[in-house]
Design a protein around this ligand. Sequence first.
Ligand code: ADP
Ligand code: MG
Length: 151
Amino acid sequence: MKYTQFLQDEQATYALAGVVAKLCMQRTVIYLSGDLGAGKTTFSRGFLHGLGFEGIVKSPTYTLVEPYEVAGWRVFHFDLYRLSDPEELEFMGIRDYFEDDCLCLIEWPDKGADLLASADLEISIGFESEGRQINILANNDYGRMIVSKLK
Ligand code: ADP
Ligand code: MG
């Protein structure tokens, strides 16, 4: 099941991400794909703020992952763009990031190869005229539950 939407500006991306965040009811893994500047970090900010996080959401470009605690969840925002070798994820203790109380947003998931948990939702954002087009693909029943509520 797939949800496709035109997002005319940053606020639209932000708002949709907040809706997705509020639909998360169990451990959730979200892959975020798209070129530099597509809006992956914007989506992540909207997601965290949708959960009630009020602080600054920094791009984890150099740290690879930024952790948050909000609304009873541990949220991990990854940006794997600068990951030189997927093995680095092993040194980071990657498995600890995919426990029952975790919501994971992963920019550039392709760089993590098969060391990442599989995604419930695969999101891709592309440039479209002045705005963006978002595709949200559900990979399992839980993902389909979320996507069905966006329609
Ligand atoms: P990424 O993490 O994919 O590299 P960012 O979220 O950091 O991208 O940056 C997206 C940039 O594009 C921001 O400067 C934002 O203001 C701009 N922008 C314009 N339109 C949109 C849109 N519809 N959704 C998200 N960002 C948008
Ligand atoms: Mg980014």
